[in-house]
Design a protein around this ligand. Structure first.
Ligand SMILES: Cc1cc2nc3c(=O)[nH]c(=O)nc-3n(C[C@H](O)[C@H](O)[C@H](O)COP(=O)(O)OP(=O)(O)OC[C@H]3O[C@@H](n4cnc5c(N)ncnc54)[C@H](O)[C@@H]3O)c2cc1C
Length: 466
C-alpha cells in the first residue's frame, strides 16, 4: 500500500482558497472525504435547509474532483478508524470549524491521529481573523462590535489573500464510499426543490453570485442594503455557510473594486460575522445560554399557536409575514426583515428567542451556528452589544419606510397584492374605509396581536428586568 493523504472537507466545499486542500494536494495520492457528522457525540445536527444545501454542494464538489469524493456517515473517529484499516494514511488535513463540540472533537481526533504517527493539520479556511487573535489590550475578548472591528480587526494583520486552487490533485477513490442519496440529506417533502430554484449551487454558483453583486449591488450597498426589494445585498451568506466561497475571497474581491463607503460598510458586515464567531468561541453554551444572565428569569410566554402563526407567515402583520414566507419559499430572508420578524417574535409575542433561533436554524440555507445565535441574542437584548430592550421595531412603520412601494410585501403576500398602498402595511387600519371589505373578504388573517398593546406589554416586562 502506498501512502495516502486525506483531505477532510467540512464547511469548505470548494477548491479555490482552501488552505487545507493546498497542503493535502502536495501529496501524491489524495483521498478527498466528507462525513455526515450528525452521529458525533454532542453534535448539533445541521438544519433541514442546510442539509439540502450540503447535498447540492457535495454534488458540485464531487464533480469538480472528477467523481472521487468519498462520503461517509457516522462519528468521525469511527470513520477514520475504518479508513486506517484500509489505507496507509500518512496525513489528514482539514479547515477549522468553531462550534464547541466540533473543536473538542477535532482536538481529540488530532491527538489520536498524531499518536499513531499520522500528520494531522488544521488550517483557517473560513474566518478573516481567528477568534483568539482579536482581543482587547488586557487580553479579554471584546464585547462591543465597533471597537472589536475598528481597534481589533482593522488594526490587526490584513486577512490572508486568497489562494489559488491547486494546479494538480491526484485523487484516489474509496470503493466503499456511500452514494450521495444514501446520506439522506434531502427531506422527503418537495419543499427542498422549491427553495433550490432560487439558488445556483456549488463553487461556480458562488462565483456567479459574487460577480452579480459586484456589478449590481455593491455600488449602492450602504443605502440600498436596507430595502428588501432592492438588489443591493450580496446574498452570499449561504455560500459562506457551506464554504463554496471564503470570506477572504469576498473581502479582496470587493476591495479590488473600490475603497469607498459602500465597500467599507460591506466589509464591516463581514466584520459582524467575525464578531459572531468570536462570541461563539468564547461562550461554549452560546446557542442556549443568554449572554446576559439577568435574562434567565425573563417570563417568556408559552404560546405554541402564536409561534406556529409566526412560522407560517400568518400573523396578520404584513412585513413579518412577507419575511417568514420569503424564508419558507427560498431558505433566505433579507436582513432588515429578519430584524423585524425576530423583534416581533421576542417582543410583541414575548416568545423565547431560542424558538426563533431553532426555526431559522432549520429553514435558512445560510443558518450559521455563530451568526444566527448572535443575531437572535442581539434582537432579544440579551446578547453582546445588544439592541436595548426599548428598541421594538414597529413592523408597519418599518414596512412604510423600507418597502415604500409595497413591492416586497406584494411579492410574498398575494392576498394583499391589490390592496391600496395606504393600508398595505397595517390592513386592519382600513376599518371604516372603502378598502375594509377588501380586507375582510381576503384570505389574509387579522393580526394575532395589537401592535401598540403588545409593545407596552413588552416594555413593562423588559423594564422589570432592571
Ligand atoms: C434574527 C437574525 C438571524 C440571523 N441568522 C443568520 C444566519 O443564520 N446566518 C447568517 O449568515 N446571517 C444571519 N443573520 C445576519 C444577516 O441577516 C445575514 O447575514 C444577511 O442577511 C445575509 O444576507 P447577505 O449575504 O445578502 O448579506 P450582505 O448584506 O450582503 O452581507 C454580506 C455578509 O456579511 C455577513 N453579515 C451581514 N450582516 C450580518 C450580521 N448582522 N451578522 C453576522 N454576519 C452578517 C454575512 O456573512 C453576509 O453574507 C441573522 C440576522 C438576524 C436579525
Amino acid at each position: 500500500m502506498s501512502s495516502v493523504a486525506i483531505m477532510w472537507f467540512r464547511r469548505d466545499l470548494r477548491l479555490a482558497d482552501n488552505p487545507a486542500l493546498v497542503e493535502a494536494a502536495s501529496h501524491d495520492r489524495l483521498l478527498p472525504i466528507w462525513i455526515d457528522e450528525t452521529l458525533d457525540a454532542g453534535a448539533q445536527a445541521a438544519g433541514s435547509a442546510v442539509r439540502v444545501w450540503q447535498h447540492h454542494g457535495l454534488e458540485a464538489l464531487n464533480a469538480a474532483l472528477g467523481g472521487h469524493l468519498a462520503l461517509y456517515n457516522g462519528p468521525a473517529k469511527e470513520v477514520f478508524a475504518g479508513l486506517l484499516t484500509r489505507f496507509d494514511i500518512k496525513a489528514v488535513y482539514w479547515n477549522r470549524c468553531y462550534e464547541p463540540w466540533r473543536m473538542a472533537r477535532d482536538a481529540a481526533l488530532k491527538e489520536w491521529l498524531k499518536a499513531k504517527g499520522i500528520i494531522a493539520q488544521s488550517s483557517n479556511g473560513s474566518l478573516l481573523w481567528e477568534p483568539w487573535e482579536i482581543n482587547k489590550a488586557d487580553g479579554t475578548p471584546y464585547k462591543v462590535f465597533t471597537p472589536y472591528y475598528r481597534k481589533g480587526c482593522l488594526a490587526a494583520l490584513a486577512p490572508r489573500p486568497p489562494l489559488a486552487a491547486p494546479s494538480r490533485i491526484h485523487c484516489i477513490k474509496d470503493q466503499r464510499t456511500q452514494s450521495l442519496p444514501q446520506l439522506n440529506l434531502l427531506p422527503k417533502r418537495p419543499w427542498a426543490n422549491e427553495i433550490m430554484q432560487h439558488w445556483k449551487t456549488g463553487e461556480q454558483g458562488a462565483a456567479a453570485q459574487l460577480e452579480a453583486f459586484l456589478e449590481q449591488g455593491l455600488g449602492d450597498y450602504k443605502t440600498g442594503r436596507d430595502f428588501p426589494s432592492k438588489l443591493n445585498v450580496s446574498r452570499l451568506s449561504p455560500y459562506l455557510q457551506g464554504g463554496e466561497l471564503s470570506p477572504n475571497q469576498i473581502w479582496y474581491a470587493v476591495r479590488d473594486r473600490a475603497l469607498d463607503m459602500n465597500v467599507d460598510h460591506f466589509c464591516s458586515e463581514l466584520g459582524w460575522r467575525e464578531f459572531s464567531y468570536s462570541q461563539l468561541y468564547h461562550n461554549p453554551d452560546f446557542h442556549r445560554q443568554n449572554l446576559q444572565a439577568k435574562f434567565d428569569s425573563f417570563p417568556w410566554r408559552n404560546a405554541p399557536e402564536d409561534l406556529h402563526a409566526w412560522q407560517r407567515g400568518q400573523t396578520g402583520i404584513p412585513m413579518v409575514d412577507a419575511g417568514m414566507r420569503e424564508l419558507w419559499q427560498t431558505g433566505y430572508m433579507h436582513n432588515r426583515v429578519r430584524m423585524v420578524a425576530a423583534s416581533f417574535l421576542v417582543k410583541n409575542l414575548l416568545i423565547d428567542w431560542r424558538h426563533g433561533e431553532a426555526w431559522f436554524r432549520d429553514t435558512l440555507v445560510d443558518a450559521d451556528p455563530a451568526s444566527n445565535v448572535a443575531s437572535w441574542q442581539w434582537v432579544a437584548g440579551c446578547g453582546a452589544d445588544a439592541a436595548p430592550y426599548f428598541r421594538i421595531f414597529n413592523p408597519a412603520t418599518q414596512g412604510k419606510k423600507f418597502d415604500p412601494t409595497g413591492a416586497y410585501i406584494r411579492k410574498w403576500i398575494p392576498e394583499l397584492r391589490t390592496f391600496p398602498d395606504k393600508f398595505l402595511f397595517a390592513p386592519w387600519e382600513a376599518e371604516g374605509h372603502a378598502s375594509a371589505d377588501m380586507f375582510a373578504n381576503s384570505e389574509y388573517p387579522a393580526p394575532i396581536v395589537n401592535l401598540k398593546q403588545s409593545r407596552e406589554r413588552a416594555l413593562a416586562a423588559f423594564k422589570r428586568l432592571g
